[in-house]
Design a protein around this ligand. Structure first.
Ligand SMILES: *[C@@H]1O[C@H](CO)[C@@H](O)[C@H](O)[C@H]1NC(C)=O
Ligand SMILES: *[C@@H]1O[C@H](CO)[C@@H](O)[C@H](O)[C@H]1NC(C)=O
Length: 909
């Protein structure tokens, strides 16, 4: 969508004028029976009513039965359960009644996504209040959810909603208000004339269990966002179905590599709310434009005093397991969502620095050359990647012996400079009897089966291949063992992993994926868990990297496919994008959207994977990409080489400068990654997350916040002369390079500079940096810090710094330094923001602060006094040292040399 959804938060991807995208290979809604069926239903057509509503085991339970179920033909009821959890989360489950006749098949509920701690947050519902509404005709049952909010089930017709407390409380979120709920129960047998098979192109899906889809409408209240439907083809819903789409479009609602069925809405008056459906089958979601249901308004009795956005959710299989998040602030919604699915893992510190990738660095010599060139050109980087060609015939965990005869030596040489390597490991396993992985997997029966019960055999990079059944924990554990140093010959502790093609991609399968009637462990059909397949593969791989070091070191695994919870296992990227300005532009809403779904550690391939970026585009991409949480350059093997030194001296300088900015900001980024780990709040954020009541931010997805302190505006057009930036809020902003101040709540038309994209520090914040340049982040470990203080109108500011060993899990025992810096009344104070004592596990650091820059000071102090040492230090007054144009004079405190681990204050006099 052109203006994607700050509101709609699942991954959306995008086309306009990309012709190579083979649209016909993929199903549209009309070719997808459950989608077509759900969309043909009329509002108000659901005839289910809630009966036997009661409290049982701390939950509200009810039966859903058809209003007119005849005696001769009694319909099977559905069972509904509502539970409340701490911090404003309501969960709704609806499934078939398992206590009736033994079910033919248990419908699939996705395991391993909800974190165990969430279940401990359950509130024990005790009281059910009955209300008669609409003139006493309609009964509803009400339960307490959290301070100020109630969960309500209206009985006839059934509707579930969250409202502000009290009979006339405003609605926040509701389900089935438009009466579109539909649940196809599994049937014992085909009815006459019923054909369960589905055909698409040359593929037949046997559908042995027949139709089993679920659909319902969800309404979001008081949402202000301009909800715009899909961009290109307005007739298509958003499709959540993990697919390997070759040369994807930048502006289309079709499915891509990952799916997170979570939507958030935001409005100025009330704030934010969110809805999440835990379901791994194919899903389609419609967002209706206002007035879509006008002709049904008499049947529906919808409240007219509240603005509303209606949506329709449709899934091919599974159960209803839905979560309502009350908000009311945007950050509350992410916090609530990640309390269910987990916050992101804290990466090792090298992983948030710059990664250099290409399909393929050909051989060891190529690797050594590229590595040396980075040094020669004074460009830092941390990780060099090897794509599929490094293997022996696409047999993962092996090396091409001609091209990479000494992989350990190669890794060790790079490790000596503090650098790491990454190799690719995909889920398709070459069916070759002499390949040990295949041999073991086939002997142990660890492959996904086809509908006839044989090992599923599909075509991928490795030719005829089978796919490990990662849904089975035993198999995951076997897989994890493959990463031990003994098993993965040629691997060393500085080698990390990349999981690609895990949607899964099957070149000759329906829609380039696995047939839906393929079978997994426990007789689960692939259709039921398709969207979670890549998630399990990512999980198993991350477990492998943890195990190989006896659980000491944090893993690093990049995955292309993702699902709710992927944030716990590593990074994801936006897949195979293209070298054009539209893809540069769309990389921002894509990474922001991922962040809103808890997947903070993401980025787009710098330069675009397909095609050759012109130099200007590549430079602009580095300038923007330096702020992606995951920062990697990558390219297709048919593209020209594009390492940063290949475009002439001036362009090398520009790309070096962009990468340097990222390295300077690493302490700030790492602090933000820890915040994401502790709270779920993403590293980069849409402006409205920081400024939820400033309407001008609501549809702005060209600019974004890095943490709460930096605003970055991309430049998305060629030869741009000017760039307009909206700076939100009432306080000022300081240009990161010049230190010049700009007014808030205003659009500024700036000259587009060649050497950087606009970035501003928000008044009232303090940002920690490390300004000395090294070859890799590892070599910066002991470097001193720079603190940049941007004063607000009350001449105050605050900020944080989080530091740990950057490598192990020790931080979970309190082994870290977490400081809070506050500046007010001319005094900077550093105090502990972490645990009071960490006992034996205390992390120690001798690092000091070498420079403090104060932006926005109107007086000219003479000196600075450090307490408790009572030591005076020099200050200077002059333009910012950071390369850039002329700017105002700012105050710099030189060499205060205070240790970051200590408490101290610095008073300017
Ligand atoms: C933080 O990350 C670690 C792994 O790096 C994970 O085990 C932990 O659950 C995460 N969350 C919190 C709140 O620490
Ligand atoms: C200025 O910043 C301080 C510290 O962040 C904050 O407490 C204060 O409210 C801010 N003042 C204004 C006017 O925003």
């Amino acid at each position: 969508m052109g203006k994607p959804l700050s509101t709609l938060v699942f991954l959306l991807l995008f086309i306009n004028c990309v012709y190579s995208w083979k649209k016909d290979e993929f199903r549209n809604c009309n070719q997808t029976p459950f989608c077509k069926r759900a969309r043909s239903r009329k509002p108000g057509s659901c005839s289910l009513i809630a009966a036997d509503v009661s409290i049982s085991d701390g939950d509200l339970v009810a039966k859903l039965i058809p209003k007119e179920s005849s005696q001769e033909n009694p319909a099977k009821p559905l069972v509904l359960t509502i539970s409340a959890y701490q911090d404003g989360v309501m969960r709704l489950k609806i499934d078939e009644d398992q206590t009736l006749a033994p079910p033919r098949k248990k419908r699939f509920e996705v395991p391993d996504v909800i974190v165990p701690e969430f279940l401990n947050k359950k509130l024990w519902l005790q009281r059910l209040k009955e209300e008669r509404i609409e003139g006493g005709l309609v009964i509803s049952s009400v339960v307490y959810l959290s301070e100020g909010y109630e969960g309500v089930i209206r009985h006839d017709p059934f509707e579930v909603f969250v409202r502000e407390s009290g009979e006339n409380g405003k609605k926040v979120l509701s389900l089935n208000s438009n009466g579109l709920f539909d649940f196809e129960q599994l049937k014992e047998n085909k009815e006459d004339n019923e054909d369960w098979e589905e055909k698409f192109r040359t593929h037949t899906d046997k559908r042995p269990y027949g139709p089993q889809s679920i659909s319902f409408d969800v309404s979001f209240y008081d949402a202000d966002f301009p909800t715009k439907g899909p961009g290109v083809d307005d007739s298509e819903p958003y499709r959540l179905f993990n697919l390997d789409v070759f040369e994807y479009a930048h502006d289309s609602p079709f499915g891509l590599y990952g799916s997170v069925p979570f939507m958030t809405s935001h409005g100025k008056s009330r704030g934010s709310s969110g809805f999440f459906w835990l379901n791994a089958a194919e899903m389609q979601i419609d967002v209706f434009s206002p007035g879509w249901n006008n002709e049904y308004s008499s049947v529906l009795m919808l409240p007219t005093d509240q603005k509303r956005v209606d949506t329709l959710w449709m899934s091919e299989a599974g159960v209803v397991d839905a979560f309502f998040f009350i908000g009311p602030k945007p950050k509350d919604v992410v916090r609530q969502y990640t309390s269910v699915t987990g916050t992101s893992a804290l990466p090792q510190s090298f992983a948030i620095a710059y990664h250099q990738c290409r399909w393929n660095y050909r051989d060891e010599e190529d690797v050594y050359n590229v590595d040396a060139k980075f040094d020669e050109h004074d460009i830092p980087y941390d990780v060099l990647w090897l794509d599929i060609e490094h293997t022996d015939g696409k047999r993962y965990f092996t090396w091409d012996k001609m091209l990479f005869p000494n992989p350990e030596e190669m890794q060790n040489k790079l490790a000596a400079k503090g650098r790491r390597m990454v190799t690719i490991v995909d889920p398709h396993i070459k069916r070759d009897e002499s390949y040990y992985i295949h041999k073991e997997a086939s002997e142990k029966g660890y492959y996904v089966k086809d509908s006839s019960g044989k090992d599923f055999d599909g075509w991928c990079w490795s030719g005829s291949s089978s796919y490990i059944d990662m849904v089975n924990p035993e198999i995951r554990s076997w897989w994890a063992e493959k990463f031990s140093y003994e098993n993965y010959v040629g691997s060393t502790p500085s080698l990390y992993i990349w999981n690609d093609m895990n949607e899964p991609s099957v070149f000759n399968g329906p829609e380039v994926s696995m047939p839906r009637d393929a079978l997994h462990h426990g007789d689960v059909e692939h259709r039921e868990l398709h969207n979670a397949y890549g998630y399990y593969f990512h999980m198993a791989t991350a477990e492998g990297l943890v195990k190989r070091n006896d659980g000491k070191d944090r893993p690093f695994v990049l995955s292309r496919a993702f699902f709710p919870g992927s944030q716990r296992y590593g990074a994801v990227w936006t897949g195979d994008n293209s070298a054009d300005w539209d893809h540069l532009r769309v990389s921002v809403p894509m990474t922001l959207t991922l962040g809103l779904t808890g997947i903070s550690f993401s980025g787009a391939d710098i330069g675009g994977f397909f095609g050759n970026p012109d130099t200007e585009l590549l430079v602009r991409w580095y300038q923007l990409g330096a702020y992606y949480p995951f920062f990697r350059g990558h390219a297709h093997h048919d593209t020209k080489r594009r390492e940063p030194w290949l475009f002439g001296e001036r362009n090398t300088e520009l790309m070096r400068e962009a990468i340097h900015i990222r390295y300077m900001l690493l302490p700030y980024f790492y602090t933000l990654f820890r915040e994401a780990n502790a709270t779920g709040i993403p590293v980069i954020r849409p402006l409205w997350m920081e400024f939820p009541s400033d309407e001008k931010t609501f549809s702005n997805d060209e600019a974004f916040m890095v943490g709460n302190g930096l605003l970055v505006q991309g430049i998305y057009t060629q030869r741009a002369k000017h760039v307009s930036v909206y700076l939100p809020g009432d306080e000022s902003w300081y240009d990161m390079k010049s230190g010049s101040a700009y007014k808030g709540r205003a659009i500024h038309k700036l000259e587009a500079l060649e050497d950087s994209i606009p970035s501003f520090q928000r008044a009232g914040t303090i940002i920690p940096r490390k300004d000395r340049f090294r070859r890799s982040s590892t070599q910066m470990e002991y470097d001193p810090y720079t603190l940049v203080i941007a004063l607000n109108s009350s001449k105050s500011a605050e900020g944080e710094l989080y530091v740990d060993d950057g490598k192990t899990f020790e931080f979970q025992q309190g082994s870290y330094i977490h400081r809070r810096f506050t500046f007010s009344n001319g005094r900077l104070t550093s105090s502990n923001a972490g645990p009071a004592t960490a006992g034996d596990h205390k992390y120690v650091s001798e690092c000091t602060v070498e420079r403090i820059i104060l932006l926005g000071l109107s007086t000219q102090p003479k000196t600075a006094l450090i307490e408790p040492e009572n030591r005076k230090v020099d200050i200077t007054w002059g333009p910012l040292l950071l390369r850039g144009g002329p700017g105002p004079s700012v105050l710099t405190i030189r060499k205060p040399n205070v240790r970051i681990a200590d408490d101290w204050t610095i008073q300017i006099l």
